[in-house]
Each structure stands twice: as structure tokens, then as C-alpha cells.
Design a protein around this ligand. Structure first.
Ligand code: ATP
Length: 345
């Protein structure tokens, strides 16, 4: 089974090919190649129109690279190379509308050209499923720590339920807004991680309400602390400690409430070693297993769309072209999970 996938919800114009003998689980012979062309704003954050212009330029190029790979792999198996894939998957949402529309158009055209089914993938569920697929965990709780989102998901009765989520901005976006205030270039997360290594603790707001959390107060307080001449290294350190402790607290409560002994991490902020370290020691203390995929599957990438696309295709979960409209507010709990046994916690 071979699936070509296209991703382009915000900054990453990405295409991938996933080949496997069994899409339901990780196999030794599976392979994933990912081609990504990243949009990097000259100044400020991600501008939706500029991001869409980038998608317009870059998506055809990365799709062509993925198609060539699919043809090469088909030839290696002595298969015909005219239609080298079984399905075309794409990110249907959530994300920036102008970007998603370009991705969807490219996916429809590619599926029609190869005369294969189209699979519409929820980007946030893909962030989760790549961790479940790579770890082999049965029913983990998942912390999605990405740019535009932050939520904790658990599976129950055929759907991923949102157990807790940000009440305002996404976790990466909060960090990026702080660094924009300092005049640092996008993305800010890796720069904060670097500077935090030299910093000491200072107090910032810590906001967890039940299973939900908020980042806007801490972001404003961090900006103010820098304006008040606190050392930037200390503010970076404190920002990470507070934000990641909030995410770790809620993840632990989710493990406790669901009774799950497995946690997977997803999203671009999960590239941060301090966040992974905190979650790892929390899991170790309660005897739970922890898994974070390798970085190429954490930041936005079409590999995770291809892997989930293959599972959905295998389950018969395909999309008629006429019903393949995008959904920029597509929530993970809207997705009927067709590729897993329907089970309770
Ligand atoms: P979403 O997946 O919700 O649509 P997104 O498209 O913005 O979000 P991701 O690729 O998941 O993107 O994540 C990008 C975010 O990850 C940016 O906000 C960036 O600052 C952050 N990030 C990247 N590396 C690190 C790091 N080492 N530490 C903290 N944050 C990081």
C-alpha cells in the first residue's frame, strides 16, 4: 500500500510518500519520505496571504518530488509507474483557509490524475496518530503542543475526546508572540529554548483551570518583565518552566482520569527538550510509558498525513471529490475514528 499526502495548514508546504505492507501498525519494511518547503516570514509572524502565496509556489514542487519517489518505489516492486499510489491524502484542517484551499485543490487534481481515492485528514488527529503508530501504544493519552493549538486528547467510544485545551492562544503562538516583542525572527520557540539554558527562575502567571489552561496572561507578563529590564535569559527560562509545567500537570491529570498508562506527544513545540524531559519524568514517576516521535514527524509534515491517510484508506474512509471541502476550524473530536476498534477507556 502506497499513499501520497499533501500538508499545508500554515507554514510547511509538504508532500510525502508512505509505503507499507500493513497500515494498521508500524512494520519493519515501511518507509516514509517527506519533502518540505518552509515559509519563513521576513518579519513578524505568519501572514495568511504570504503563506498562501508560498503554498501556491511550493506545493507543486514538493508534490512533484513525492510523485517521483512514488514512481521509483513502484518500479522497485516491478509495479507499473503510471499510477504509483493507492490513495492521495490531504490536510483538510484546521489551519489557514487560503493555504488549505491550495492544498485541497492540489490533492483533488493528483487523485484524479492517478484515478485513486481521496482521503481527508484532520491535521491534529494526524499529530496524535503518528505518535501512536510509531510507538505501537494501544490507547495513549496525547498532548498536542503545536503552534496554533494546545490540547490533550483521549480516545473513548469511537472518537478522540478533547480532555483539556487552551482557552486562548496556541502554545507555540504564545512563545512566538513573546519573541516578536523582542524583535526576534519567526519561529521563536527554538531561540527561547537556547536562551533559557543560561537563565534563572522568576515568577510568572500560572493558569490551569481544571483541565484547561491559558497562555495569554503569561505571555503579557513575560513581555512586561523584559520591558522592566529582567534578563532575557531569565524570562525565557521562566516562560518555559511555567508553560511546560502547566502542560505536564494537565497531562498527568488526564492519565489519572482515563487510567491510561501511556502518553504520546505531538506538535512542533514537542521538539523542545525541556518539555520532553518534564513529561518523561512525570511519566516515570507514575510508572507510565512516554513516547515522542522524531522531529521530522513533530513539526508540520506530510508524513503524518500519509500515515493516517493510509489507515483511513484501509478502513474505507475515503472522500468523494464533491464533498472534499476544507474546514479551517476542524476539531479533532469531530472525526469519527474509523480505523480503530471502538472501545472505552
Ligand atoms: P498547528 O500544527 O497547530 O497547525 P503550526 O502549524 O503553527 O501549528 P507546528 O509545526 O506544529 O506548527 O509548530 C510550530 C511551532 O513550534 C512554532 O510556534 C515554533 O515556535 C514552535 N517550536 C519549534 N521548535 C521549538 C522548540 N525547540 N521549542 C519550543 N517551540 C518550538
Amino acid at each position: 500500500l502506497r499513499v501520497l499526502a499533501i500538508e499545508g495548514t500554515a507554514w510547511a508546504a509538504s508532500a510525502a510518500v508512505f509505503e507499507t505492507t500493513d497500515p494498521t501498525e508500524r512494520t519493519d519494511d515501511e518507509r516514509v519520505d517527506i519533502f518540505t518547503d518552509a515559509y519563513a516570514p521576513d518579519s513578524g509572524g505568519i501572514h495568511p496571504r504570504e503563506a498562501a502565496e508560498h503554498m501556491h509556489e511550493a506545493i507543486p514542487k514538493v508534490v512533484a518530488q513525492a510523485r517521483e519517489t512514488a514512481e521509483t518505489w513502484a518500479a522497485e516492486h516491478d509495479e507499473q509507474t503510471q499510477n504509483p499510489v493507492d490513495a492521495v491524502a490531504f490536510s483538510r484542517g484546521p489551519g489557514l483557509g487560503p493555504c488549505l484551499r491550495i492544498v485541497a485543490t492540489a490533492a483533488r487534481a493528483t487523485a484524479q490524475r492517478f484515478d485513486v481515492p481521496l482521503v481527508g485528514v484532520n491535521h491534529m488527529v494526524a499529530h496524535l496518530e503518528i505518535g501512536r503508530h510509531r510507538s505501537g501504544f494501544e490507547s495513549p493519552v496525547c498532548l498536542n503542543a503545536s503552534g496554533a493549538n494546545a490540547h490533550i486528547l483521549g480516545f473513548r467510544n469511537g472518537r478522540y475526546r478533547v480532555l483539556g485545551e487552551t482557552m486562548d492562544t496556541g502554545v507555540g503562538n504564545a512563545i512566538d508572540k513573546f519573541t516578536r516583542h523582542l524583535g526576534w525572527s519567526h519561529p521563536g520557540g527554538p531561540k527561547v529554548e537556547q536562551r533559557a539554558k543560561e537563565g534563572d527562575f522568576l515568577d510568572l502567571p500560572y493558569v490551569v483551570k481544571g483541565m484547561d489552561f491559558s497562555f495569554s496572561g503569561i505571555m503579557s507578563a513575560a513581555k512586561q518583565a523584559v520591558d522592566d529590564d529582567e534578563p532575557v535569559e531569565d524570562v525565557c527560562f521562566a516562560l518555559q518552566e511555567h508553560i511546560f509545567a502547566m502542560l505536564t500537570e494537565v497531562s498527568e491529570r488526564a492519565l489519572s482520569l482515563t487510567g491510561s498508562g501511556q502518553l504520546v506527544l505531538g506538535g512542533g513545540v514537542a521538539q523542545n527538550a525541556r518539555l520532553r524531559g518534564m513529561l518523561e519524568s512525570m511519566c516515570a514517576q507514575r510508572g507510565a510509558e512516554f513516547y515522542a516521535p522524531e522531529p521530522r514527524f513533530l513539526r508540520d509534515n506530510a508524513g503524518m498525513i500519509a500515515v493516517l491517510g493510509a489507515k483511513m484508506y484501509d478502513a474505507g474512509d475515503t472522500l468523494p471529490i464533491a464533498e472534499s471541502q476544507i474546514d479551517s476550524n476542524f476539531r479533532p473530536d469531530q472525526v469519527p475514528v474509523t480505523w480503530r476498534e471502538r472501545e472505552a477507556w
